[in-house]
Design a protein around this ligand. Structure first.
Ligand code: BG6
Ligand code: MG
Length: 220
């Protein structure tokens, strides 16, 4: 029986992917690396430092910076990102999300967030939905990020549930792999191609129907 929902944040609860992209693009430009939106797809669901490594590799600069310099670069990106997220309001919830969270509560489902973002608590506060979640996985506590299933094991654990009792919702390929490997029913938001590993997928968050998801997860 399904008793909980474990949600990704960026691209599922709110669409911060564009802000991440703009902040990374600005940082990359400063060090002479060009990135575009297609490249940015690879950064979805991936931690801040891993994202930086991918950007440096793309620019052929993987060996150009010390660990300390990389920390400084990542901090610069985060400073720019934080300016963007300051303006987030409840109006920035993804389409259909307010309804989904409300229905989940009405149905008695527990909610948690499994996001790689260290900014998740701040963003959930800005969206005024933080208190609806029983728990938020702390990315600092993880040994491995997505696609490793650890973050989804923890998301279920925060609810006192087994992964089989939860539905995981993600927009990143690495996230879907993580949900699947945790043994949780995976719901993908995105294109058929990018979400091909998901147990069930929709193209937009506004198509996330709680009844359909529960039915599919309980009959899998
Ligand atoms: C994920 C995003 O949710 O969080 C990634 O999809 C981002 O793009 C990652 O890099 C880490 O976020 P933050 O806020 O800790 O830099
Ligand atoms: Mg995401």
């Amino acid at each position: 029986m399904i008793k909980g929902l474990v949600l990704d944040l960026d691209g599922v609860i709110t669409d911060t992917a564009e802000y991440h992209y703009l902040a990374w693009k600005s940082l990359a430009e400063k060090i002479g690396i060009d990135i575009d939106r297609a490249f940015n797809e690879q950064l979805k669901g991936i931690s801040r430092m891993e994202s930086l490594e991918l950007i440096l590799e793309r620019g052929g600069k993987a060996q150009s910076y010390s660990a300390e310099e990389k920390e400084t670069l990542a901090a610069k990106k985060n400073d720019e990102y934080k300016v963007f997220i300051e303006s987030i309001t409840p109006a920035d919830l993804c389409p259909g999300m307010e309804k989904l969270l409300f229905e989940a509560k009405e149905t008695g489902l527990a909610l948690s967030v499994s996001s790689a973002s260290k900014n998740a608590p701040t963003i959930l506060e800005q969206l005024q939905v933080k208190e609806q979640f029983t728990g938020i996985v702390d990315p600092n506590s993880l040994k491995k990020g997505k696609p490793d299933p650890e973050i989804f094991y923890k998301g279920a654990e925060l609810l006192g549930l087994s992964p089989e009792e939860c539905i995981g919702i993600e927009d990143a390929e690495a996230g879907i792999d993580a949900i699947n490997d945790a043994g949780m029913f995976s719901v993908g938001v995105g294109s058929k191609e990018s979400m091909k590993a998901a147990d069930y997928f929709v193209e937009s968050t506004k198509e996330l129907d709680l009844k359909i998801m529960i039915e599919k997860a309980e009959n899998r």
